[in-house]
Design a protein around this ligand. Sequence first.
Ligand SMILES: CC(=O)SCCNC(=O)CCNC(=O)[C@H](O)C(C)(C)COP(=O)(O)OP(=O)(O)OC[C@H]1O[C@@H](n2cnc3c(N)ncnc32)[C@H](O)[C@@H]1OP(=O)(O)O
Ligand SMILES: O=CC(=O)O
Ligand SMILES: [Mg+2]
Length: 539
Amino acid sequence: MAIPGVQILAPPVSEHQAAVIDEPAQRFVATLQRAFNARRLELLQRRADRQIEIDAGRLPDFLPETRGVRDDPAWRGAPPAPGLADRRVEITGPVDRKMVINALNSGASTYMADFEDSTAPTWANCLDGQVNIRDALLRTIEYDAPNGKRYRLRPAGELATLLVRPRGWHMEEKHFLVDGAPCSASLFDFGLFFFNSARASIAAGQGPYFYLPKMESHLEARLWNDAFNLAQDTLGIPRGTVRATCLIETLLASFEMEEIIFELREHSAGLNCGRWDYIFSFIKKLRNHPDKLLPGRGDVTMTSPFMDAYVRLLIKTCHKRGVHAMGGMAASIPIRHDPAANEAALAKVRADKLREVRAGHDGTWVAHPDLVKVALEVFDEHMPGANQLFVRRDDVTVTAADLLSTEGLAEGFGEADLRLNMNIALAYMESWLRGVGCVPIHNLMEDAATAEISRSQLWQWARHGAATREGRRVTAAWAVELLGEETDKFRAAMGEEKFAASKFELARKLLSGTIQGKEYSDFLTTLCYDHILSIPERP
Ligand SMILES: CC(=O)SCCNC(=O)CCNC(=O)[C@H](O)C(C)(C)COP(=O)(O)OP(=O)(O)OC[C@H]1O[C@@H](n2cnc3c(N)ncnc32)[C@H](O)[C@@H]1OP(=O)(O)O
Ligand SMILES: O=CC(=O)O
Ligand SMILES: [Mg+2]
């Protein structure tokens, strides 16, 4: 053990990987872990306690104890940092080397390098991702593909500003132990990036910028803020250099938007409507309330009343505090082989971006380089300045009941919705278990957040014995039977040999367990994580 208390259970496999996790970097991550892991675990316990209260009927509401923060008109978030003043189109994607270059070159204003929803956190993906984003900021990143295509960065002035999304507080990095316990994956991803690249990001005229996922309370934002302060102090970087945009993508966080900006004040770069996790969280948090069942996922849209309420509240809150209100991800992606279907997909993205800019968002997300132009055209036309912070939305009043309402939604779901959820969950999990965290399925972008909706709906419909539109009650036994049929469709399409070499059988087994389980698994990723570890067997 080179550093007391630190154990790496799978050695880096290249000199590049070894360089991003050298002894000083390990020491830095261990410092963060020792300072903050106990609080992280307490906050996770608090999530579990809160769930018990919700199950017992105490539904979420705005917090009385933080009324002072909400009512104080004086405070503001930080002004936009260099490279973040105009964020009209942000491209996101996994930290794969080729995609990092493509994203930086895409013409988007910023690029979110994602260790969360779109990355399956194999040890290799996590370490290579760190290498790639470090090289991106050093401007040395290059890639020569096996097909002969060469990937090089455009000139510095044409590159997107880099933001990094570490994994959420619920995840652990089981390859890296500190004092015998797995490291928080958030602190691992954040710490390695900060240690290796914070100075390079400043030298590139930017700064260490982050997107923070899946938080459920302002206390979790406070934990991030404390980690930022310790990291900056340790490296002698002035406090307030970091900027972080918080995804509001859990139901509980939507009741604490203002408090979350407040906690991060000097580090805050606004909020983002993480719509897919938000829908997942709505299902998850209210899962034991039969009156809160959602229709099939295709029928839950951004114009569904509870989603519209969340968007309006987010924009109003951000602009009141002078920070960006970022829009989210339309799941439609280009369909290369079918021009008519492609045009229909682009039209959906265009309509989504138009809704966002009209609502007052300061920018939006796209999933694919070809969509940058589509989103830019809409924002350029409707947002001539760098942002629309001046859109105050004082007209907006959103109540707790609005955020929790299932009024105005399509009625129920059919057997086709059940089967579609199974098909998507199986295909996504199979891919994730092979180390690929974002895939096109039925011409839509699917990642951990979208797949969670499918997985959770299956659990919830079976848990409540909900009836399909055709009039059949969903039982665990019937769900398992259908899951077998859906798995067999993949088997038939692929042939026995390919099926046997795939992860479909494992995906079926894991999904079957979670659908039937009396206890709900909090995250698909934590459920599947042990199956992607590369820790050698001990003798
Ligand atoms: C809910 C949320 O959290 S949303 C945020 C997380 N999700 C994401 O970020 C989505 C990221 N997007 C992707 O991973 C991909 O676009 C997919 C998987 C959806 C589709 O990928 P593909 O099927 O490979 O798309 P396609 O074949 O059309 O790609 C064309 C080119 O664009 C590149 N590309 C596609 N998406 C991206 C991206 N997001 N960033 C950078 N490059 C990209 C491909 O690598 C490929 O490059 P090449 O021509 O040099 O080989
Ligand atoms: O992270 C984004 C989301 O929609 O989830
Ligand atoms: Mg998300």
